[in-house]
Write a protein that binds this ligand. Structure first.
Ligand code: ARG
Length: 408
């Protein structure tokens, strides 16, 4: 006997067509076995045996994509507090956060750095229906130079901790890319500059040479993997773009030349511009290192100003929050910050759907309500295009045709 077919038909008041950037009245979406098979208007035929879901008064959108999360991270364990827990505690944290993320309407995430191949474990757990969670594109470990943002720099020389993705020089870097791919990486993340949440490094200083970055990007692309680059400082951003990286994370101190290069190369910016509010308000309570708070004060406002400048210049943008730095499930708070700093609500939603799917190379699967893609849908009562804060508490979330959240 043929496997039983599951058919769901979802109707709503309106739907945001993210490709055109316009609202459509009375959409009717048919989903068969998890994939969208028809996008029509109410009144079109409904297949026999279909489950009907009517979202009266709601606006339907594609499930959101967050291009920068750390599911196994939790902001409440700042500084040295995290050392009180055993290694696999963070896997457990990831299980809880995967659920929160999905319920917040983020049906796909790119996890750009975790230990123990935890993000691969989460992905497998979700795909095996052991736990609820979003579709995950895992990077596994983030690659970085000795003493850099992706190394463990908070220990004295007598305490050594495993750092399987610390690599120096083109050959070691290539070998590390190969190893991470072997164990499940579907994107490669590396640190091109210092960062906020790391001890001893300068937030803006470059940490890999152009030659090292080029080796990393070439090896990744040869293996069919895209590259996400942590980069705050302008020099590191520019060399990462020259090396052919796909997305620049943070991009905080991008100058005019960096913006021009990004446009020339078609490089995406993934700027986590909500974080500053959370870090400065909660960081001290969370035990965050004083030097990290100091570094945040140096870049927070500049990052927002440079977001506005890059947007105005026409740099391609995706939605990436660095959730883990702030609580998972609050990912949608960044929509408002993006609108406050120059995007239209439609542009902000496109960054988290259409654009993100392009930057992932997953336009066959996610990022739009179109025939062939997964039945990943979110909906909210009222008009999110006049108030993006509505996106912070959705009334309906569906992943692969299955209801995740529904408020009556
Ligand atoms: N993971 C990043 C770092 O440690 C977080 C930066 C957050 N700050 C910001 N303004 N986006 O560098």
């Amino acid at each position: 006997a043929a496997a039983e077919e599951s058919i769901t038909v979802v109707t709503a008041d309106k739907m945001l067509d993210v490709t055109k950037g316009t609202l459509i009245d009375h959409p009717q979406i048919t989903i068969r076995n998890g994939r969208i098979t028809a996008v029509e208007r109410v009144g079109a035929a409904i297949p026999a045996g279909a489950i009907k879901i009517d979202l009266a008064g709601m606006t339907l959108m594609p499930g959101f994509i967050d291009m920068h999360v750390h599911l196994t991270g939790d902001p409440h364990y700042g500084g040295y507090r995290g050392l009180e827990f055993t290694d696999n505690f963070w896997t457990v944290v990831g299980v809880a956060n995967a659920k929160k993320t999905l319920e917040a309407g983020f049906t796909t995430v790119r996890n750009v750095g975790s230990s123990n191949y935890d993000d691969v474990a989460l992905k497998q757990g979700i795909e095996e229906h052991q736990i609820p969670g979003p579709r995950i594109v895992p990077a596994t470990y983030a690659i970085g130079a000795t003493g850099g943002h992706c190394d463990a720099t908070e220990f004295p020389p007598s305490i050594s901790v495993p750092t399987p993705a610390v690599a120096n020089g083109p050959e070691e870097i290539r070998a590390t890319v190969r190893k991470l791919r072997k164990y499940g990486a579907e994107v490669i993340k590396f640190c091109a500059t210092g960062g906020v949440f790391s001890k001893t490094d300068s937030v803006s200083g470059q940490q890999y040479s152009l030659i090292e970055m080029k080796a990393l990007v070439d090896e990744s692309h040869m293996l069919g993997l895209r590259v996400a680059v942590h980069a705050h400082g302008a020099d590191g951003i520019k060399d990462a773009i020259r090396a052919g990286a796909d997305t620049i994370e943070h991009a905080s101190l991008a100058d005019d030349e960096a913006i021009t290069l990004a446009k020339q190369h078609g490089t995406w910016f993934s700027m986590d511009i909500y974080d500053d509010d959370y870090i400065l308000a909660e960081g001290a309570k969370n035990g965050t290192f004083a030097e990290s708070l100091e570094k945040e004060r140096m870049i927070g406002l500049k990052q927002r100003q440079n977001f506005k400048a890059a947007l105005k210049a026409g740099v391609k943008m995706v939605f990436g929050t660095d959730a883990g730095i702030y609580p998972h499930g609050d990912n949608a708070k960044q929509f408002k910050t993006m609108v406050d700093w120059g995007m239209t609500p439609v542009q902000a939603i496109q960054a988290a759907t259409l654009n993100a799917a392009q930057a992932l190379g997953r336009t066959a699967d996610v990022g739009a309500i179109e025939v062939g893609r997964y039945g990943d849908l979110v909906a909210v009562k009222g008009d999110p295009l006049s108030n993006v804060t509505l996106l912070q508490s959705l009334d309906f979330v569906m992943k692969g045709g299955e209801i995740v959240k529904e408020t009556k």
